[in-house]
Design a protein around this ligand. Sequence first.
Ligand code: SAM
Length: 251
Amino acid sequence: MVKRFWGYYALHVYLPFSSFSRNWRKFFRRRKGKQHDLMQETKLPETTWQDCSTTGSVRLWEHEKQNGNVRLSELAILCAFAAGCAPGTKLFEIGTFDGRTTINLAANSPGSCNVFTLDLPPTITPKYSIAEGERHLVDKAMSGARYEKHRASSPALVAKITQLLGDSATFDYTPYEGSCSLIFVDGSHAYDYLLADTRTAMKLAKHGGVIVWHDYGIWEGVTRGLEELDQREKFGLRNIRGTSLVYWQKK
Ligand SMILES: C[S@@+](CC[C@H](N)C(=O)[O-])C[C@H]1O[C@@H](n2cnc3c(N)ncnc32)[C@H](O)[C@@H]1O
């Protein structure tokens, strides 16, 4: 009941109000000729989450946001996409962090789906340089603490999750290729990683599978990488209105 409340609040109250206030702040800053503190100007066309999803009702676990997590509204949208995944398919997250999104993908996808989540252990030297300012997200005691804490109370739910460890640029994705119905790209925000992880995500997606990127308009490497790719490859990427999420479906 409480989890449904948070899902409803995130999609129908938090999202409209936060996107209104975000646009308002952008408008005033533009009028004063200032760039937004943390945001870049964005060029990708927008879509709405409702246009991309058939589900309007989601349940949110672990609703408190920590630094490094997606916003509440973004979490609920990802849950709506998870709910639309075909039974028996895989969901793949690049960038686990504390596992808040991971447990929500598991909780909202059909029971027969499995969630794979890949994270960089602090001991591995990555192939490319990660972005300045994201080292603290890597340097943590463990990946997935927020789903692990539910293992005893909700064993079947947590059993849907497989934690993978490695560098997203060199990891062997062979067992997952062509079988994922939802891929969430939220690892390193450096330009080289955006390109490498996007190439990977496109290979992982099954026919009809959805890819979602986070931090478009927030991290320069993500914004530039997605806009350049879209211009060059004509993918038809769409920014989900009121969020930093970018959406694409494999046809
Ligand atoms: C922004 S956090 C992910 C947040 C999480 N997806 C969520 O929704 O709460 C980024 C994560 O990507 C991981 N990461 C950074 N570089 C990576 C790489 N090269 N390969 C795999 N994971 C990486 C970091 O360790 C961190 O846990």
